[in-house]
Design a protein around this ligand. Structure first.
Ligand code: ADP
Length: 606
């Protein structure tokens, strides 16, 4: 008797403290939490009522008095309430994805719970007293046990049925709680004199708090779910952008290709101007698409840094001429100075180094109306490494100090009111920063709003003392390439792409043959047709370019140089195609200069 009272008091104290901590903490408002909150309140009520029951024995109250009668019925009804709530709790945990169902049926479940708990008050109860303890028995008690047992059976059923859906960290606590409840009911059945039901409920609540229901754990769990969902959404978005960009590149190939070809035709002056505008607009569109492709590849960790030996002086020359071309009619002075001690040959990702610097130079031109732009490169050499210190400064619109942090966030454009006439996507600097991170470089921004900005980048590149594989670029001049005796095969499933390629090749007066599938190409070669060069699209239905090429290689005596042609123009692709055995790679839209380089490389030196 006294032991029961001591247990009640102890349980009341620790559940009291726990409920204060629990209800003061910030909690997530989900169904599980709501049921647990109800369980905590119910257990306090049960403890209090059971404590009063024990007191009636201690005070030697008549076991048939109305007070004892009422208090015992309240206790049984509260226990039924608790058992049903615990069942709903288990249901919520084992059916996390279907918790809406529980919410929808909330009113129905509440009515059932109240009804089942209320019935016990009506049922007959008998009492007897032994050694200061009042025992109740009869239909009311049997009814309570039946409800508790049914709840436990259903709880076990749900746990077993949905075992694989339950979160790992919840399985052991759940099993432990169930064992505890079963033990508790059995103890009460075997020895009704032990009044420990409420204390056991309290232990269950206590264990639940520390294993499953701690609001901090729940908060972390929710944060993880939110993070996973955000990551998934971001991936889905990147995949979508990447496939969209790829789809856009194919029609762009036609626009860029045909407008490039048209600029060389003898057109009336107005038409020539318009074709030039089409070309410029399509080039801008291509830059945007490339930017989207780059950022989505970077975010999917698919962008690789491809290191090769390269001539840095050539890159600087190209950057200067590209920037001069971009200046157009703008009243801007373009100053540049390169440290003469920069080693001419370096080892690194030349495409990305050029892209980073070009982004800065393009921005300087874009965001400066008048005044000057200065491009400077210095070098610090140590232990075979050359640290390139590249700075691009302008006397342009400048950046507000509070906006500097946002500069490298993708799709973030600053000062929109002022910049709304300047084209841009807000991707350039985000890509620049990510590329620098991948290459172990750094960028520093200094700016005075209204006066100008200075972007300084530091990139380490290995110094190459004896260049071996560096290929110098050649000047494009269609005239000095006579291919009239050459026969070129173009394979692409898209008819317009075939027309574009044929149009670009027609400048060289070579014989051109086009085929729409890899299978036809294999048949032609097997039939004994020979060509001097094959341009092979990769993404073709049925047989891809790579598969076609592998089958061609199996044909005895096949040795025609084959160039991969693809709209999938991300960095690293060239290396992928070279690894597959292709002789070279051309990105779509086909760039005239690159096409020239390939033709010169494979058809003239022969
Ligand atoms: P975009 O130029 O396509 O908008 P960027 O990522 O290259 O995207 O630049 C992000 C923003 O940073 C620009 O929209 C512009 O507001 C600001 N910015 C970048 N470079 C400069 C610069 N040299 N001077 C002033 N503002 C700049």
């Amino acid at each position: 008797m006294y032991i029961s009272i001591i247990f009640e008091i102890c349980s009341l104290v620790y559940i009291g403290i726990l409920s204060v901590i629990y209800f003061r903490k910030k909690r997530i408002n989900n169904i599980e939490n709501k049921i647990y909150s109800n369980l905590v309140v119910q257990v306090i009520l049960i403890l209090l009522v059971e404590f009063i029951c024990c007191l009636t024995g201690l005070l030697n109250l008549d076991s048939h008095s109305i007070f004892v009668n009422v208090i015992s019925r309240i206790l049984l009804s509260l226990m039924i309430f608790w058992a049903l709530s615990f069942y709903y709790y288990i249901y919520a945990i084992t059916h996390e994805s279907e918790n809406n169902k529980l919410l929808k049926n909330k009113t129905k479940n509440t009515i059932i719970t109240y009804l089942l708990s209320f019935i016990v008050i009506m049922l007959p109860l008998n009492y007897y007293k032994d050694n200061m303890i009042t025992y109740s028995f009869g239909l009311g008690v049997i009814y309570t046990y039946v409800i508790a047992t049914i709840c436990i059976i259903f709880e076990i059923f749900h746990i077993i049925k949905n075992f694989s859906n339950i979160k790992k960290e919840k399985i052991y606590p759940l099993i432990l709680l169930l064992i505890l409840i079963v033990l508790m009911v059995l103890t009460k059945l075997i020895n009704p004199g032990i009044n420990l039901i409420a204390s056991s409920f309290a232990i269950v609540i206590f264990l639940m708090y520390f294993t499953i229901e701690n609001p901090d754990l729940k908060m972390i769990e929710q944060l993880n779910i939110a993070r996973d969902q955000a990551e998934k959404a971001n991936h889905a978005k990147s995949d979508f952008l990447s496939s969209m960009s790829h789809e856009i590149r194919t029609p762009l190939n036609a626009i860029v290709g045909f407008s490039q070809a048209l600029t060389e035709e003898d057109l009336p002056p107005q038409a020539k101007d318009e074709v030039k505008d089409i070309m410029m607009a399509s080039e801008t569109l291509l830059e945007i698409v490339n930017g989207i492709l780059d950022i989505s590849k970077i975010e999917a960790n698919k962008l690789e840094i491809v290191n090769t030996e390269y001539n840095f002086n050539l890159i600087l020359e190209e950057l200067v001429s590209l920037t001069k071309a971009r200046l157009g009619e703008k009243p801007l002075e373009f100053k540049y100075r390169f440290d003469p001690s920069i080693p001419p040959y370096l080892y690194g990702d030349k495409v990305r180094v050029k892209q980073i610097i070009l982004n800065l130079l393009t921005n300087a031109v874009k965001y400066t109306k008048e005044g000057w732009i200065s491009f400077e490169v210095n070098a610090i050499q140590k232990d075979g490494i050359c640290r390139l210190i590249i700075s691009v400064e302008d006397s342009g619109i400048g950046i507000k100090p509070e906006s500097i942090d946002k500069l490298f966030t993708k799709f973030e454009r600053l000062d929109i009111e002022k910049n709304n006439t300047i084209e841009g996507t807000g991707l350039g600097l985000a890509i620049t920063k990510k590329l620098l991170d991948l290459m172990g470089g750094q960028v520093v921004v200094q700016s005075v709003y209204g006066q100008g900005s200075k972007f300084t980048v530091a990139i380490d590149q290995k110094i190459v003392t004896n260049p071996t594989t560096v290929v110098e670029s050649t000047q494009v001049s269609v005239e000095n390439l006579d291919l009239s005796t050459k026969k070129i095969l173009v394979v692409d499933d898209n008819k317009i792409n075939l027309k574009v390629a044929a149009r670009l090749l027609s400048d060289y007066h070579c014989q051109i043959e086009t085929l729409e599938s890899g299978i036809e190409c294999i048949d032609q070669i097997k039939a004994g047709n020979t060509y001097d060069l094959i341009l092979m699209d990769d993404m073709m239905p049925k047989l891809s370019g790579v598969e076609t090429f592998h089958q061609l290689q199996q044909i005895p005596g096949f040795s025609i140089p084959t160039i991969a042609l693809t709209a999938n123009a991300i960095s690293g692709m060239k290396e992928k195609y070279l690894q597959e055995g292709f002789h070279d790679y051309l990105a779509k839209p086909i760039d005239k200069k690159e096409l020239y380089t390939v033709l010169a490389k494979f058809l003239v030196q022969k």
